[in-house]
Design a protein around this ligand. Structure first.
Ligand SMILES: [Zn+2]
Length: 87
């Protein structure tokens, strides 16, 4: 086992050299690996998202981040927002 530093959260973790040869072993956890694959690295906070959706549609908000309105809906869902209050 060798010690590596997570590319996302900078936490140290142990991995196998054979995993590095496969191109794995970059992140400490699947959570960090998932986050690294996200198109938008810095999502708005729940409050920021609510503020945006007060004045813009999902599609308009999506354009600001270079994603689709569906993605914005997913963000809202992940924050447990009530989608029916937005247009
Ligand atoms: Zn990590």
């Amino acid at each position: 086992m060798i010690t590596r530093q997570c590319l996302l959260c900078s936490k140290g973790f142990l991995t196998y050299p054979c995993r590095l040869r496969r191109g794995d072993g970059k992140y400490c956890s699947s959570t960090c690996a998932d986050k690294s694959r996200r198109k938008v690295k810095e999502r708005p906070t729940k409050d920021e998202l609510v503020a945006l959706l007060d004045y813009h549609t999902f599609a308009e908000t999506g354009k600001m981040f270079g994603v689709t309105g569906r993605t914005i809906k997913n963000w809202a869902k992940s924050y447990d927002l009530d989608l029916t209050i937005f247009c």
